[in-house]
Design a protein around this ligand. Sequence first.
Ligand SMILES: [Zn+2]
Length: 423
Amino acid sequence: MSNNDYILNLLNFKDKNIYILQNSIKNKTIKGKNTKIIEGFLSYKPKCCPCCGVINESSSDIIKWGFRKNCKIKIPKISNCNSLLILHKQRFYCKHCNNTFIAETNLIDRNKNISNNSELQIRLELMKKQSEKDIAERVNVSVSKVDHVLNEISKKTVLRHEHLPKQMNWDEFKATNDTKGKMAFIITDNKSGTIFDIQDSRKSIDLNKYFRRYSKNERDKVRLISTDFYTGYIHLAEKLFKNADIVIDRFHIVIQAYNALNTTRVKLCYKSNPNYNKLKTYWKLIVKNENDLSDKKKYSKYFKKDISQKEIVTYLINTNKTLKATYECYQGIINSIKNKDLNKFKNIIYHQDINISDKMQKALKLYRKNIKYIENSFKYIINNGVVEGTNNLIKSIKRVAFGYRKYSHFIARVFLIKGIIKG
Ligand SMILES: [Zn+2]
């Protein structure tokens, strides 16, 4: 290996036409940062003229014609030190067409000042959970450069899957302010728990168009769609997926009753209520499954005595008859779901206690309206982790994409990190 090859190898330059000048490596402070500067030149014997196409056979065809000097190229850091290559590119002269042209290298694309190695590094860094600012710092480029690379990638995020998942979950989340339909729509594969696709609108008209890209035959293969109570989704699922059972997942069923109970409690949290502090402090115990409440007595400064969780809840719900009825309704619902007891669930929603709060009445009405799909959730054993997984997925997406204003960039980043597309 020649000395030059040795250096090229160290720098990970694949182009053997680059010659690093001996003793050229200097350290210089640029923008307050210690920077390694490497100087070299690029030259070779061109095969032909890019202007007229003549084959270069001898010096009567193409000759060397000086250099384009001092092209500054950002390269990946060396031992964590910012690095810059000063490259002198050979100029050629074609005797047939009298044009000149500049030597090219795979180290860098034409009209760019950042090496392909650096660009590759940006792409790899974008796959990790970190901010664009951190990436820019790491690769020694500007944030706008990182943004530019992401822009290129975002042109490739239109996924075209051949098949739909046989079992899928539909959900939505708030992405960026420029999201077309205000909320983004996310499809996860229930079997693998992975993202299948994300769309920038959850509007029926857009989703209709999206799903109709798949043939009827393909759509008919879908067996199960789990979703929340959003009527738009339910209508769409019924219309487009004739063989699919629609399931409202347990998470979304429970959350309705949970919110109803919590609102009922909050309504009692007014200052003049003598139990204000207790109702405010012990909210977690009220929404907890009553079977999980402890009997063990502990000192409570609000009760000024030793008292168990069970006793606290019993005391609090008995301060108000609406709260008590709503609490019992909630406990019945969560336990019938937990024990997969559909009869008990139906009994609660069709024979409601007259004392339950307005919010809980609303929740029960929603259950009755959608009982067909709720029944399916008692019938099917859907991995609870899928819905939870989707929620966590959305949370982690938001953390990653924090600060993105452009939906296309946001999605590109999510797909990169989740390995759905390759940079
Ligand atoms: Zn020529």
